[in-house]
Design a protein around this ligand. Structure first.
Ligand SMILES: Cc1ncc(COP(=O)(O)O)c(C=O)c1O
Length: 328
C-alpha cells in the first residue's frame, strides 16, 4: 500500500483532474451498482453529506438508537443539516420496516415531516451485526410508500457482503445513497466514498466542498483505497474467523462473556460484579491488547488485517491473565 501511494499518478481533484481518484470513484460506483461515487476524507463527512442531500432543515431523520450518526458524529446532523434525529430502539441496530413504520410522522401542521431513514450495515455498536438483505428490501419498500430517502451507512458493508455472500450492489440497491469506508477493515489510513445517482453525487460534490472536504493531489489516498480493494477485500473472512475464535477464547474466561460475532467486531461483557470496562481496557493495553470500553461493563474488540492468529492467542491469554489478576 505504501508503494501504491508513492507511485500514484495524481492531479488536482478540486478540478476533477486526479486520474487515480477518478478511477477509484468509478470502481466504487460499479461495485455498488450506482451511477457515480465521490471520494471523501472520512465516513463522517460522507454520512453528513448524505443527510444534507436528503433532509431539509427542520425535518426528521429516523435512525436506530445505537446509530453511528447519532452517537459518534458530534451532533453533526443538527449542526450542519439542521435536522432532528429520531433514534428508535432496535436490537443490535436491526432497524426493520415494522419499527420504522411506527415512527413515521403522519402529515400534520403540528409535527415535523419525516424525510429520511438511515440504516447502518454492518452495525458498529450492534457488534458488527449484519442487517439482512430482506430487512433492507422491506425498508426500501416502506420508504417508497412514504416518499422518504434511504441512506445506508455502509462503513463496513464489505464485511456484511463477505459474511453473507450477498453482492454489495444488492444491499446498495435498497438505498439512495451508500457510504463505504476504506479506513476500517480494509486498512487504509484515510478515506470513504459516497455512492448514488449522478445527480446526487453532483450535489454531494458541492456539499463536500462546503464542508471543507475538497482535496488536491489526493490520488495518493485513492491509490491506497484501490490497493485495498485489490488486496484486502478478499481476506475479510479471515477477520471474521478470528473474531469467532477470540469470542470462544474469551467466553471460557470467568467474569467475561463474549457475544458470538457475525463479522469482525467482538463485544465482551464483564459479568463479574467488580469488573469495570475502563479499568480492563487500560490493563489490557499494558499487555499489548488494544480494545475500547464502550460501556461501563462492555469492551469492544475488532479483528483486522494487522491481527493474525498468534495475536488472537495472545489476546485470549491476556483476557485470562486479567481474570486471574482481579480474581473474577
Ligand atoms: C458505522 C460507522 N459509520 C461511520 C463511521 C465514521 O467514519 P470516520 O471515522 O471515517 O469518520 C464509523 C467509524 O467508526 C462507523 O463505524
Amino acid at each position: 500500500m505504501r508503494r501504491a501511494i508513492a507511485e500514484a499518478e495524481v492531479g488536482d481533484d478540486v478540478f476533477g483532474d486526479d486520474p487515480t481518484v477518478n478511477a477509484l470513484q468509478a470502481r466504487v460506483a460499479e461495485m455498488l451498482g450506482k451511477e457515480a461515487a465521490l471520494f471523501f476524507p472520512s465516513g463522517t463527512q460522507a454520512n453528513q453529506t448524505a443527510i444534507l442531500l436528503h433532509a431539509a432543515p427542520g425535518t426528521e431523520v429516523i435512525c436506530d438508537a445505537g446509530a453511528h450518526i447519532y452517537h459518534y458524529e458530534m451532533g453533526a446532523p443538527s449542526a450542519w443539516a439542521g435536522v432532528q434525529l429520531r433514534p428508535v430502539p432496535a436490537e443490535d441496530g436491526l432497524l426493520t420496516a415494522e419499527i420504522v413504520r411506527a415512527h413515521i410522522r403522519p402529515q400534520s401542521p403540528h409535527l415535523p415531516r419525516t424525510s429520511l431513514i438511515v440504516v447502518e450495515n454492518t452495525h458498529n455498536s450492534g457488534g458488527g451485526k449484519v442487517i439482512p438483505l430482506e430487512v433492507l428490501r422491506e425498508l426500501r419498500g416502506l420508504a417508497e410508500e412514504h416518499t422518504l430517502g434511504v441512506h445506508l451507512d455502509g462503513a463496513r458493508l464489505w464485511n456484511a457482503s463477505a459474511a453473507t455472500g450477498t453482492p454489495l450492489a444488492e444491499y446498495a440497491r435498497c438505498a439512495d445513497t451508500v457510504m463505504v469506508s476504506f479506513s476500517k477493515g480494509l486498512g487504509c489510513p484515510v478515506g470513504s466514498a459516497l455512492a448514488g445517482s449522478r445527480e446526487a453525487v453532483q450535489r454531494a460534490w458541492t456539499w463536500r466542498k462546503r464542508l471543507g472536504g475538497g482535496m488536491r493531489q489526493v490520488g495518493i489516498l485513492a491509490a491506497a483505497a484501490l490497493y485495498a480493494l485489490d488486496h484486502h477485500l478478499e481476506r475479510l473472512g479471515e477477520d471474521h474467523r478470528r473474531a469467532k475464535h477470540l469470542a470462544a477464547l474469551v467466553s471460557g474466561v470467568p467474569g467475561l462473556q463474549a457475544r458470538e460475532p457475525e463479522t469482525n467486531i467482538v463485544m465482551i461483557d464483564l459479568t463479574a460484579p467488580a469488573g469495570e470496562a475502563e479499568v480492563a481496557a487500560r490493563e489490557l493495553a499494558e499487555l499489548g491488547v488494544l480494545v475500547v470500553a464502550v460501556g461501563p461493563k462492555r469492551i469492544r474488540a475488532v479483528t483486522h488485517l494487522d491481527v493474525d492468529d498468534g495475536a488472537i492467542e495472545r489476546a485470549g491469554a491476556a483476557f485470562r491473565g486479567l481474570a486471574d489478576r482481579f480474581g473474577w
